[in-house]
Design a protein around this ligand. Structure first.
Ligand code: GTR
Length: 326
């Protein structure tokens, strides 16, 4: 066998580490994706992280952001991260629950007392354990960190102050059975749909409403179509950002540790941006004529009890730890 043939055969068998395979010092541009537009807190936090990583590695590693669903909806972004077509994706835990079932504990209605409670949980041991579960799962993703996704409230063309107000209303929910059933339990008709399809679905009355935090309701322009924002507060779902395991395995342990360190900083920084954005979004929505309506939260809490029982049973011990987090 000639040397050339030997190299070809050995490479095909994966037996040789060829010089061009993965030099750790090679310049890398990590692709990051988000459904939100530039300026949104989740995007801003990842871009700031990119700048810090670029500085720390003297330009060897940088992050290129693909905002505004340029790479598709969250389901598509997750799939691209899984195969290594992109490196970082920031999605709602709602979207990742169907891929990593352990995360669904955060997708239960009224599981956090308020956003401060949610932050305590994601910052503490439970947050770390769940990130590790993502990394150890078969999802081919590495859990990097959490972000604040605020409190989700129902929006439609009419006030929704109690479960009876949702009767007959088709309300878009994220694609996860828990959410559809939650909306049904709240009194409406849950319809699973991607975020990327929602604006036109509202316009064409395929759905009568949806639910989200004020920044998303504003930046996705849904407020232009339906103008009543009812403070049902049924879901407080953290965001998560993950890394492609395929790329992760090519990184040096030092680069892996550096990325983890910066991810934690991004987690803590994003919430400052978030709090500011919620205030600004609320003002802008009010200025645009959106009506903010108080809702009977205890009634919605009660109506969704069967969902917590059905989906929460397997997390009983963890749920107790979440409730005990002060
Ligand atoms: C937003 C969240 C997005 C996406 C969206 C949705 O609050 O930041 O990641 O999940 O909601 O409703 O699909």
């Amino acid at each position: 066998m000639s040397y050339r043939h030997f190299i070809a055969a050995a490479a095909a068998a994966g037996a040789l580490a060829l010089p061009f395979a993965a030099p750790a010092q090679q310049k890398q541009v990590w692709k990051a994706a988000d459904v939100h537009p530039l300026g949104y807190p989740t995007i801003e936090a990842i871009q700031r992280m990119g700048k810090k990583i670029e500085a720390e590695t003297n330009g060897r590693i940088s992050i290129q952001m693909y905002p505004s669903m340029q790479l598709g909806g969250e389901k598509e972004m997750i799939e691209q991260a899984q195969v290594g077509a992109l490196q970082i994706t920031r999605v709602s835990v709602g979207a990742l629950g169907p891929v990593v079932d352990d995360l669904n504990v955060f997708n239960l209605p009224f599981i956090f007392r308020d956003e401060a409670h949610m932050r305590k949980v994601i910052d503490g041991p439970i947050g770390t354990e769940l990130l590790d579960k993502v990394s150890a799962s078969s999802a081919r993703l590495i859990g990097l960190g959490w972000m604040d996704g605020g409190t989700r409230n129902v929006y439609s063309s009419k006030p929704v102050t109690k479960p009876a107000d949702l009767k007959g209303l088709k309300v878009r929910m994220m694609g996860n059975p828990i959410f559809v059933e939650t909306m049904n339990a709240m009194g409406g008709n849950g319809v699973a749909m991607g975020y990327n399809e929602l604006y036109s679905a509202l316009q064409t009355h395929v759905v009568d409403g949806a639910e989200n935090n004020p920044p998303s309701y504003l930046t996705a322009n849904h407020y232009q179509v339906v103008k009543v924002y009812s403070l049902t507060g049924h879901l407080i779902i953290p965001e998560i950002f993950v890394f492609s395991k395929r790329t992760w395995e090519t990184l040096s342990p030092e680069d892996q540790a550096m990325l983890k360190k910066h991810s934690r900083e991004a987690q803590m920084e994003q919430r400052q941006l978030w709090d500011k954005m919620v205030g600004e979004a609320t003002e802008k929505l009010k200025a645009a004529g959106v009506q903010f309506v108080a809702a009977d939260k205890p009634a919605f809490y009660q109506a969704t009890q069967p969902i917590r029982e059905k989906y929460g049973a397997k997390y009983a011990a963890l749920l107790k730890r979440i409730q005990d987090t002060k």
